[in-house]
Each structure stands twice: as C-alpha cells, then as structure tokens.
Design a protein around this ligand. Structure first.
Ligand SMILES: *[C@@H]1O[C@H](CO)[C@@H](O)[C@H](O)[C@H]1NC(C)=O
Ligand SMILES: *[C@@H]1O[C@H](CO)[C@@H](O)[C@H](O)[C@H]1NC(C)=O
Ligand SMILES: *[C@@H]1O[C@H](CO)[C@@H](O)[C@H](O)[C@H]1NC(C)=O
Ligand SMILES: *[C@@H]1O[C@H](CO)[C@@H](O)[C@H](O)[C@H]1NC(C)=O
Ligand SMILES: *[C@@H]1O[C@H](CO)[C@@H](O)[C@H](O)[C@H]1NC(C)=O
Ligand SMILES: *[C@@H]1O[C@H](CO)[C@@H](O)[C@H](O)[C@H]1NC(C)=O
Length: 392
C-alpha cells in the first residue's frame, strides 16, 4: 500500500513527496483520511476524504494494513448502543463501508487475535466502557466481514475508591500477549485486568482469574514488551499498564506455565509525572513502546505542563540490564488532551489525537532522547479527536 500511495500522491501533488497517510476519528461523527506531505522544507497535513458511516461517536480505529481494511468503533455516547464498522481503504484514501454492526454501548478499544486451529478466520475483542462488557467477533480479514461471537458482562458490588469514575465496571482496553495465547482487558472501574485464554482450536475466549491492581488506580490501557528478536517464543515478557485515575505506570514481569498458565509479578509502580505532584484533573491515557524498544511512552491529559492547553508525554526507560523502570522526563504534546497516539516506527514520527484541541499533530520521533520530538505538522478538524492511526 505504501508503494501505491507514493505513486498516486506523486501524481496528485505533482512532485510533492508524500510521507504518509493517516486516519482520524472524531466525535463529530466523522472518520477522516489525511495525507502528510512535504511540499518544500515543511510538512503539511491535508484532508483526502471523510465519511460519516461510523455512527455518531467514532472513538477507536484498528487498521488491517495487509488487507486495506479499517475497523471503526462507535462509542455510542449518549446512545443506547454503539456500533462497529469495517471500511475498505481505496487507493486514494477514500473509505467505503463494508459492514456495520450494532453492539453494546461504550466501545472504546479493540485488538485482533487468532487461533492456530481456525486457519480461515481471525477474531477481535472490544472493550465497552459504558456497557461494562467485553464482546468478541469472528472475522474474515480478507473481506472485512465479521459477526458477534461472545459477550462477557461485569458488575460491581459497590463503587471503588474513586466513586465518580468507579461506579461500575468500565473495561477500557484490549491487549494480546506476545505469544498470542492470552487477551487482557484492563477495567478502569473495577481496578482489575481481565485475563482470557484463547482456545487454540476454536478461538473462543476462556476467562481466567483476573489480575487485581492498585485500588483507585483505574487501569486503562496496556502494552507488552519483549526483547528484540524474540517474537513468538519470547524468553522474557513484561506488561506495562497505565492507571488513568492516579496517573501511574505499573510494570509486571510475566511468566507462563503449562498450557493456560500466565502470572504477573509487579516490579514497579510510579507516577507519570516523576517526582512532581500530578496536576489536579489530569488523567493519563495512552501507552506505547518506543521504536528503539527501550522506552515506554505515556500520554498525560489536562496537565498543561508546557503552558495552557499544552499537555505532555511521559517517557520511562525500561530496558536496562536489570529491567527496572525509571521515569526520564516530560515532552510536549503540542495541544490539549493527547488521548491516543501512534508511533510510526518506520518513518520515526508520532501522530497524536489531541481530543480537546480538535487536532491531529505529527511530531518527529527524537531518536537521541528516545521521546516524541519537535512538531512537524498539525491539522484542525471538526469535533473532538479521540484517535489517529498511520496507514501502514
Ligand atoms: C511550503 O509550501 C506550502 C504549501 O504549498 C506553503 O504554504 C508554504 O508557504 C511553503 N513554505 C516555504 C518555506 O516555502
Ligand atoms: C477515489 O476513488 C474512487 C474509486 O476509484 C472514486 O469513486 C472517488 O471519486 C475517488 N475520490 C477522490 C476524492 O478522488
Ligand atoms: C443494545 O443495547 C441494549 C441495551 O443495553 C442491549 O440490550 C442490546 O443487546 C444491545 N444490542 C446489541 C446488538 O448488542
Ligand atoms: C497511585 O500510584 C502510585 C504510584 O504513583 C502508588 O504508589 C499509589 O499507591 C497509587 N495510589 C492510589 C490511591 O491508587
Ligand atoms: C535496578 O535494579 C538493580 C538490581 O536490583 C539495582 O542494583 C539498581 O539500583 C536498580 N536501579 C534503579 C534505577 O532502580
Ligand atoms: C508547547 O510547548 C512546546 C515546548 O515548550 C512549545 O515548543 C510549543 O510551541 C507549545 N505549543 C503550544 C500549542 O502551546
């Protein structure tokens, strides 16, 4: 797709060189295709096309670059239901609807997984914040067609330590472990991470004992880390988890035993502001591993660290020989509420969804600092922007 894109946009923009294409979700009800170009010495973000076919509140995007299919989660804010839509990505960036399925409300993050015994299909799981549930889908990746498979709903006996946010279970994230055998779902309301085993012969999820995390931390999103060159059969695995409600990063050493055994040993918990006191009203959001595989990057929302409406990224080192985590520093997000971000490891750039600035920003990846670097381009869009992904 990148090769095609390059030829196509070279035609569209004359000799202009195109760096990349992106997709952004907006609570205004749009999903926008954007081109990042470099007409001269500076970068520029421009709109290629827009669609309103992902419902009223697009909140999360999942790209299957190999098959040119984009999946969009409609959170269904204020609505009885949310929805899921798959789009074919045409060569010029236009998105055409393949399938649209109603689901439980509050769909906020999804990830794909597979089962060795089911060669012709894949699966994805969706976390439903408002719906207090996890749903799964069986998927034909080539066609972009999917159907609902499983539904797990949760209840709380009583509110958690942060009652206004922990009034009910709020599954917020989905992450698949490096062996592909387990699916994890952090629940912000319950201070739990649900653990599912993927049945290798059917792809069905089997619920295991959940991981209990710090009460009141509000686990939101997570990412796994393994040393380079150990994909499939990792010798060493860590889980890094963001706590939205107390602005924390936690690290867990992961060990496997037998067929369905996975356990977590907490090796670190620290603030996404280092030694500083978290600003009132701030809430950590997204997490990713750096392209060099040695740092953890977390976005901080509503902290105004770099001035009013200029929030931050927290960067931690995680890959020294003892594997201990150290807070390094804060770096500018160039806008307000960096809710989600995607690092383009190939081109060494970061795309940030600045929800309250109604913007998408692109920054350089500063290889020397191992952190998001200077601003390259930004684009004001309609509405709040919860998510942006690279078309890779
Ligand atoms: C680069 O190109 C853009 C768009 O064509 C233009 O607006 C801008 O002024 C140019 N900048 C320089 C430094 O030439
Ligand atoms: C993109 O390509 C499709 C299919 O070729 C075409 O129908 C559509 O008009 C194109 N859109 C733009 C903005 O060029
Ligand atoms: C829509 O929401 C209602 C109320 O929560 C729920 O009962 C129903 O199952 C949802 N529809 C789908 C397709 O999930
Ligand atoms: C929040 O996170 C800190 C680490 O920054 C941890 O020490 C503390 O126990 C947590 N507090 C609450 C109330 O969850
Ligand atoms: C990392 O762990 C080692 C071994 O336990 C310890 O000696 C060292 O002080 C730790 N470093 C940091 C920065 O925590
Ligand atoms: C945010 O802070 C950085 C670093 O101080 C600065 O370069 C940038 O201009 C600021 N951006 C906004 C939008 O305030």
């Amino acid at each position: 797709m990148r090769t095609n894109l390059f030829c196509l946009t070279a035609v569209m923009f004359g000799t202009t060189s195109v760096a990349a294409r992106l997709f952004a979700a907006s609570y205004a009800g749009t999903v926008t295709s954007l081109a990042l170009t470099k007409p001269n010495t500076t970068y520029e973000l421009s709109i290629l096309s827009e669609t309103n076919d992902c419902g009223s509140s697009p909140a999360w995007l999942m790209l299957d670059g190999k098959h040119d299919v984009l999946y969009c989660l409609d959170e269904g804010i204020g609505a009885v239901n949310g929805s899921l839509t798959s789009f074919k990505v045409l060569k010029n960036g236009t998105l055409t609807k393949i399938e649209h399925l109603e689901t439980l409300t509050g769909a906020v993050q999804s990830e794909m997984y597979s089962a060795p015994g089911v060669a012709d299909r894949q699966f994805f799981a969706v976390a439903h914040y408002e719906g207090s549930a996890v749903t799964t889908y069986s998927l034909d990746r080539v066609k972009g067609l999917f159907k609902r498979s499983q539904t797990f709903t949760y209840e709380l006996a009583g509110p958690g330590p942060v009652p206004d946010r922990q009034d009910a279970p709020h599954p917020h994230g989905v992450v698949v472990d490096p062996t592909g055998r387990f699916v994890l779902v952090p629940d912000l309301g319950a201070d739990l991470v649900y653990i599912f085993y993927v049945d290798p012969s059917t792809g069905q999820l089997e619920q295991l004992e959940p991981l209990a995390v710090t009460p009141g931390s509000g686990p939101r999103h997570a990412v796994f880390w393994t040393p380079r060159g150990s994909k499939g059969k990792p010798k060493e695995v860590y889980l890094y988890l963001v706590g939205e409600l107390n602005n924390s990063l936690s690290a867990f050493k992961v060990t496997y035993s037998g067929k369905t055994g996975i356990s977590f040993f907490k090796s670190y918990e620290g603030s996404t502001y280092g030694e500083r006191v978290p600003p009132v009203g701030s809430k950590a959001a997204e997490i990713a591993i750096s392209p060099e595989n040695n740092h953890v990057v977390v976005s901080n929302r509503n902290d105004n660290t770099f001035g009013l409406g200029n929030d931050s990224f927290a960067v931690f080192s995680c890959a020294n020989s003892f594997r201990n985590v150290t807070f390094l520093d804060l770096y500018p997000a160039y806008g307000s509420f960096p809710r989600q971000f995607s690092i383009n490891k190939e081109d060494k750039m970061v795309a940030v969804a600045l929800q309250n600035s109604h913007m998408v920003a692109i920054t350089r990846w500063d290889k020397k600092a191992g952190a998001p670097g200077t601003l390259l381009a930004e684009k004001l869009l309609d509405g709040e922007i919860p998510a942006v992904v690279w078309d890779l």
